[in-house]
Design a protein around this ligand. Sequence first.
Ligand code: HEM
Length: 399
Amino acid sequence: MPESEVIQIGHRKNPKSQISVTSGVEIFFLIGLLGAAYGTVWLGVHLWMMINGQMDMWSDYLTQRHIHAIMQIYLFIGLFIMGFCYQAAAKQLEVKEPKPELAVVLTVFPLMGLLYQTINPLVGKVVLALPYFLTAIYVFSLLLKSSLKNIFSVGILLLCGLLALTRGVFLNVADPAMAVMVVWGGIGGVLLATQQQFLAGFFGAQRITGAGAFFTNLFYLCSLYNCYMFVSLRDFGHYKWVSIFASLTILTFILSTKGWKVIRSMLIDPLALAFSFGYLWALYGALLMFQEIVSNDLIQHTWSTGWIFPIIFATSLKIISFLSQKELMKPNTQIVMIVLWQIVPLGRAVLPLYTSLAVLPWLVGIAATVVFVSWFYCLLKGILTVRKLNEKAASLRSA
Ligand code: HEM
C-alpha cells in the first residue's frame, strides 16, 4: 500500500495533505475534552496543591483522587483513544467498512458508568467497560477481514490495548501500581498502533513490518502477560519483567518504524516535537519501573503527562484543524505549549525525587493550567465548527 494511503483516515478528503477524517469522531474528542477539563485542570491541579501542602486537604481527598484516576484514564484519554480507533482502524487495517457512525452512541457510557458506580459499583463498572469492549469487538471484526501484515503491524496492539483497558475498569486504578499496568497495557498499546499512520504519513518513517512487527508484538504481549501476573499475584518479579518488556517494546517500535526521523522536524512540526519528547518519556518511565523503590505514582505520571498527553494534544489539534478547515493554534504556539508542558512531567514525576523546592508545585500547576486551557479553547472552537459544517452538509444533502 502506498504510504500516502496509510494516512487517509476517513471520509472528508483534503487534496493537499491526503488526510480525511470520519465525521463523528469529534464527539469522542468533545466529551474527552470536557472530561480532561474537570479531571486535569480542576481535580489534578487541586489534588497536587493539596499533597504539596499548598492548600487544605479536602476531607474526601481519597474519593476525589479516585474520581481523578477514573476520569483521566476512561473519560479523557480513553475517549480520545476510542476516537482515534474509529477514525483510523478500518483504514489502517485496509478494510472497507461502513461508517461506524453509530459508535458515537458509546460516548455517553463512560459518564453514566462513572456516575452509576456511586449507586451500584459493579453495574457502574460494567457500563464503563462496555464502550471499550464494544470497540474491541469492532476492531476484532475488522481483523477478520484484514491481512496478516496489517494484523501484525497494528491489529494485535490495538485489540490487546482495548481489551487491557476493558479489564482495567475492574481494577482499582486509584492504586498507582494498578494504574501503571492499565496505562501501559491499555493506553500504551492503542497509542503504539494508532500513531503509526502519522509517523508513516508525515515524517518519512514507516509502519512496523516483518521482524520489527513480530518483535514489537512479542515484547508487548510478554509485557501484558507480566502485567496480568502482577495484577493477580502482586509479585514484584513480574513487575520487573513488565519494565523489561515495556522498554524492549518501545525500543523495537522506534527502530522498526524508523521513528527517530521525527527529530528532523521537531523544531517546525508540533507533532514531531510531541513524538520526540513523548517517546523519550515513554522509555524513561519504562526504565524507571525497574527500580522497585520508585513510586508508581511517578512512573504513571511520567507516562501519562510526558508521553501520552503531548501526543494527544498535537494529534487532536491536527485532526480537528483539518476537519474544521481552520488553523486552530499556530504551529509555533503549539511548539511553545509543548515545551512549556514539559514542566509538568519534570515537576510532577522527576524533580520530586531530588528536590522539594516550594515553587515547584506552583510551576507545575500553572504550566498544566495554561497549556490545558489554551488547548481546550482552541479544540472546542474547532469541534463546534466541525459540528456546524456537518449540520450544513446534512441539510444540503436533505434539500
Ligand atoms: C494527563 C493525564 C493524567 C492521568 C492519566 C492521571 C492519572 C492519575 C491516576 C490513575 C492517579 C491515581 C494513581 C496514582 O497516584 O498514580 C492519579 C493521581 C494523582 N494525580 Fe494524576 N493523572 C494525570 C494528570 C495529572 C496532572 C496534570 C496532575 C497535577 C498537576 C495530577 C495530579 C495527581 C495527584 C496529586 C494525584 C494523587 C497522588 C497521591 O495521592 O499520591 N495528575 N492520577
